[in-house]
Design a protein around this ligand. Structure first.
Ligand code: 13P
Length: 348
């Protein structure tokens, strides 16, 4: 019954479907100004509104990426910026057949009562902001919750508070015609093993889908953005590619309803090649067995080589664009299980 109350139902389903079209995935370019500054400074670039515009312009104009990228997640500053000819970025993307998206949470803040954990904020005034973003051309949005693995963490309180916010966010998005990209990120930081990650990912996703159901969210018009089931970065013995693929897919099969619009992954600090290998291994083995597309929504794993090149020579936008296009292409193939490692040696 709940599904029929959404006046945007058809549009939401169509958007979700287009976001996870075959051979395509999402570019996350929604780094907040703080994060963008950190990333630019790491490669020796001084961050400014103009430097961030130049960098995003480079990404959005990269040749051929419209074959591999279905949508781009923008940040508030970026969605209001334009290219050198005055074309607003959302319009530029739309012109290339790429769907503009927008990050709408306002960040993860310490959770009162459990200050080592975080709860994501941004619900106040969200209805009005969503309507504005829709008018600017955004057709999907993103909200990221942060779940940390550590001593006595995550707490039930943290997972529930974040899931509740994700559900309220999702319902508001659908009310306003935007597909919610629901991102409960289980952080890779720590020395935990893959069993721990699996258990927490499953528990947390269960809580998230319970809340989405309780808030009458239409699952066909939702895209889940999840972390993979993976060993902590500092784990003494990290699980291999096939195990990450198997554990991730079996966890999703246990908790993610078949009606969901699609599943995309964040890279979350994995190496660029590793993130591609994991996606490929999942699709090679399970593509025809799961009810959803499994594709990418990477920020770092798509951008790292491009950003490094641009950092070493800001005039060399052509090579930076090639580097971005190369990772986009390999991840596009991985999203169909058609990637192979020898492709890595074909220099971008
Ligand atoms: P990474 O792929 O760098 O983890 O970023 C994805 C993202 O959107 C995090 O919110």
């Amino acid at each position: 019954m709940a599904n029929y109350q959404w006046k945007h139902a058809d549009e939401l389903k169509a958007t979700a479907k287009a976001m996870v079209a075959d051979y395509k995935g999402i570019l996350a370019a929604d780094e907040s100004n703080n994060t963008a500054t950190k990333r630019l400074e790491e490669v020796g670039i001084t961050s400014s509104e103009e430097a961030r515009r130049q960098y995003r312009k480079l990404l959005f104009n990269a040749p051929d990426v419209d074959n591999y990228i279905s949508g781009v997640i923008l940040y508030d500053e970026t969605i209001k910026q334009s290219d050198d000819n005055g074309t607003p970025f959302p319009e530029l993307l739309k012109g290339r057949g790429i769907i503009p998206g927008i990050k709408v949470d306002t960040g993860a803040k310490p959770l009162a009562g459990s200050p080592n954990e975080k709860v994501t904020e941004g619900l106040d005034g969200l209805r009005e902001r969503l309507a504005e973003y829709y008018n600017m051309g955004a057709r999907f949005s993103k909200w990221r919750a942060v779940i940390t693995i550590g001593d006595d963490m995550p707490t039930q309180q943290c997972m529930e508070a974040n899931a509740h916010a994700l559900a309220r966010y999702s319902a508001l998005c659908q009310e306003n015609g935007l597909v919610p990209m629901v991102e409960p990120e289980v952080m890779i930081n720590g020395d935990h093993d893959i069993d721990t990650c699996e258990e927490i990912t499953e528990d947390n996703l269960r809580i998230v889908f319970d809340e989405l159901f309780r808030h009458n969210v239409m699952l066909e018009g939702v895209v889940l953005k999840t972390s993979m089931v993976i060993s902590g970065l500092d784990a003494p013995k990290r699980a291999g590619v096939q195990e990450v693929a198997d554990r991730t897919v079996s966890t999703l099969q246990r908790v993610v309803p078949p009606a969901l619009g699609g599943v995309v992954f964040l890279s979350g600090g994995q190496g660029d090649v590793e993130a591609t290998q994991h996606l490929d291994a999942m699709n090679k083995k399970f593509k025809d067995q799961v009810p959803w597309r499994l594709t990418f929504s990477y920020a770092r794993a798509l951008q790292n080589p491009a950003l490094a090149t641009w950092g070493s020579d800001m005039s060399n936008t052509e090579q930076a664009q090639k580097n971005f296009g190369f990772r986009a292409k390999l991840n596009s193939l991985a999203s169909m299980g058609e990637y192979s490692e020898d492709m890595e040696s074909k220099v971008a």
